[in-house]
Design a protein around this ligand. Structure first.
Ligand code: HEM
Ligand code: NAG
Ligand code: NAG
Ligand code: NAG
Ligand code: NAG
Length: 316
């Protein structure tokens, strides 16, 4: 295949020029041409089975990238001498979709054994989830490799918590090389999915920047004590549709999480961006796609670093 011959030359040139391999949208064009349709089909099947799964897959990619880069570390099960990320504060009883990734990886291994990383499958599954739920599409840069270890401590320290202030959220994102704009637009991911009472309790009982009747209706589901795992939608109107209602809700002070409402309070530095995305869905979609690509490029393992895990749950 001539095209593949030239592509491999190009890949080689990219490696030698920069001294390190770059991610590329064409990375598997020759080595696994069926990859994109396999992931797309696996995601569609999972969402048909459970509408929430698209949100869960998007979040998995985010939580992977924010802990030592997009290296599929979040997928590693604990071992005798390693406590991984699955029981970290932000993930325990919360991160989900691992079985869906396993099923997709099994299909990918059948088509192209030992070629495609779990980290790349996560990045593709996040994109396909957003598209399936009505959001924007983008070309996913590929060529990440998988880590051989994971760290609960790193996960505890790197994933932002919902009680953070805007200042703390900004500095968390800056620590990952992401801008204030990335913070605001990527928070728009909360247009889909659910959160547990334990994560929004303080916001609905103790915060003042929340609309009163909205807070009361949530209080009736999420008591002051107990029912920690009761779920509420992050976007109370369309939690399985990727749209810009999240931003409209911020303007109405109807955000579920404290961290969400931090982005808009009537006099915050990020108010303007929230206004823009609330009134311009195209701008939100365009900027979301750009920022997802930026997030997906956080510290990837490339070249000969890491490995292509055969089973996403454990190192080879
Ligand atoms: C800005 C800082 C962020 C904070 C503090 C935050 C916090 C949270 C919390 C507390 C939950 C609910 C978890 C639970 O109750 O079990 C959640 C859910 C979710 N987050 Fe975030 N998040 C942030 C940014 C992001 C980003 C950047 C993305 C993706 C690009 C994202 C995607 C999601 C999705 C899709 C869900 C729903 C998951 C599901 O239903 O399974 N979040 N987030
Ligand atoms: C990480 O968070 C979990 C859950 O909150 C906690 O049990 C654990 O002690 C924390 N630290 C480390 C190093 O894992
Ligand atoms: C994770 O959740 C389980 C079940 O609720 C709990 O027993 C365990 O202590 C939690 N682990 C950590 C590290 O918080
Ligand atoms: C609300 O704030 C009070 C006073 O700071 C605190 O004692 C209480 O635990 C908080 N409640 C929640 C649900 O966070
Ligand atoms: C809004 O948030 C900013 C920080 O982002 C804070 O300085 C300001 O006091 C807040 N204003 C109101 C009305 O709560």
């Amino acid at each position: 295949m001539a095209c593949c011959y030239y592509l491999s030359l190009l890949a080689l040139a990219l490696v030698t020029q920069a001294g390190a391999a770059e991610l590329s949208e064409e990375f598997y064009s020759c080595s696994c041409p069926k990859l994109a349709p396999i992931v797309k089909k696996g995601v569609a099947k999972a969402i048909q089975n459970e509408a929430r799964m698209g949100a869960s897959l998007l979040r998995l990619h985010f939580h992977d990238c924010f802990v030592n880069g997009c290296d599929a570390s979040i997928l590693l099960d604990d071992t005798g001498n390693m406590i991984g990320e699955k029981t970290a504060a932000a993930n325990n009883n919360s991160a989900r979709g691992f079985n869906v990734i396993d099923a997709i990886k099994a299909e990918v291994e059948k088509a192209c054994p030992r070629v495609v990383s779990c980290a790349d499958i996560l990045a593709l599954a996040a994109r396909d989830s957003v598209v399936h739920l009505g959001g924007p599409s983008w070309e996913v840069p590929l060529g990440r490799r998988d880590s051989t270890t994971a760290s609960r401590l790193a996960a505890n320290n790197s994933i932002p918590a919902p009680f953070l202030s805007l200042t703390a959220l900004k500095s968390n994102f800056a620590g990952h090389g992401l801008s204030v704009k990335d913070l605001v637009v990527l928070s728009g991911a909360h247009t889909i999915g659910l959160a547990r009472c334990v994560q929004f309790r303080a916001h609905i009982y103790n915060d003042s920047n929340i609309e009163a009747s909205f807070a009361r209706s949530l209080q009736s589901k999420c008591p002051r004590r107990g029912n920690d795992n009761v779920l509420a939608p992050l976007d109370f109107q369309t939690p399985t549709h990727f749209d810009n209602l999240y931003f409209k809700h911020l303007l109405m002070k109807k955000a579920l999480l404290h961290s969400d409402q931090e982005l808009f309070n009537g006099s915050s530095s990020t108010d303007n961006l929230v206004h823009k995305y609330a009134s311009d869905s195209d701008a939100f979609f365009k900027d979301f796609a750009k920022s997802m690509i930026r997030m997906s490029k956080i510290k990837p393992l490339t070249g000969t670093k890491g490995q292509i895990r055969v089973n996403c749950r454990k190192a080879n």
